[in-house]
Design a protein. Structure first.
Length: 281
């Protein structure tokens, strides 16, 4: 089954319904949030990835690579292999290419494409990785099938994402539950799913993968500080709340209240990342 060039060019369904579009957000703030998120999560993620025993000559596919924050470290893991980053945003891909070049990762290349129509041959990847992508997809099983298609038999597909029901903030902040619920409504309207973490196993199963396991990785304010935790976990959410669900003024006031927790010695916050690993039969 080779990719359909027309589908790759048009992006099929992903191009018609976008749950994540930097042009509709505060681009500078969002790029900063992505960078912080990657830097904080990188050591945790790479520890689990190394545990999969990836050989140094492997081909790795980083789907939804954004500005290449993970692609470059992955390229360092496979010095005799290669990393292919895939993203639909050409501006982010420019950043990814510049980052890889600055770090001397000439084994990292980047292509512009949607995740449901990757312009690669069947079985091209040994290991295919998608981090914080599936929360934005209206048809996640279709995308998982596409990731499986480009991954060789016996290779692994790894999905990493979150689930809003895992968010804990103490002391309780007035308006925070409404903000989180509003972001869930906003993302669902755009075709996304803020509770996708619990569904990653079933997504891989329905896409035909086997030997599936799910690893839960806690992420807390103790690890990064409360202000960084807030930036990572609430920065995107606060931008997608529909105004008729929660007014911009109410969102801003809630963020100010949450931000005040950074100076509260009693404060604690936690969420989880879910890493689902499946084998291509």
């Amino acid at each position: 089954m080779n990719p359909d060039p027309k589908a790759a060019a048009t992006g099929t369904q992903s191009n018609t319904q976008r749950s994540y579009d930097l042009e509709q957000l505060d681009r500078g703030a969002e790029e900063s949030r992505l960078k912080t998120q990657a830097e904080v999560a990188l050591s945790l993620e790479l520890e689990h990835i190394r545990g999969l025993g990836i050989p140094p000559d492997a081909t790795l596919l980083d789907v939804g690579c954004g500005p290449g924050l993970l692609s470059a470290p992955l390229a360092a893991m496979v010095p005799q292999g290669r990393v292919i980053g895939v993203d639909a945003d050409p501006k982010l891909l420019e950043l990814a290419r510049a980052r890889a070049a600055a770090q001397g990762r000439d084994n990292a290349t980047f292509i512009e494409a949607w995740a449901d129509a990757i312009p690669l041959e069947d079985d091209e990847s040994d290991f295919t990785y998608a981090r914080f992508l599936f929360q934005h997809l209206p048809h996640p099983v279709d995308v998982a099938r596409e990731l499986s298609r480009v991954t060789r038999p016996g290779g692994r597909v790894v999905l990493v994402d979150t689930d809003d029901d895992a968010i804990i903030v103490e002391p309780l902040v007035p308006g925070l539950s409404e903000l989180i619920r509003g972001s869930q409504i906003g993302q669902a309207r755009m075709g996304g799913d803020r509770m996708v973490g619990r569904k990653l196993r079933s997504i891989l199963h329905d896409a035909g993968l086997d030997d599936i396991k799910v690893v839960v990785v806690p992420f807390t304010s103790e690890m990064v500080g409360m202000r960084t935790f807030i930036d990572i976990c609430l920065g995107f959410k606060s931008q997608i709340v529909p105004p008729e669900v929660m007014s911009p003024e109410a969102v801003a006031e809630t963020l100010r209240s949450v931000d005040a927790l950074a100076g509260d010695p009693r404060a604690f916050a936690q969420t989880n990342a879910y890493m689902a690993i499946g084998r291509v039969p």
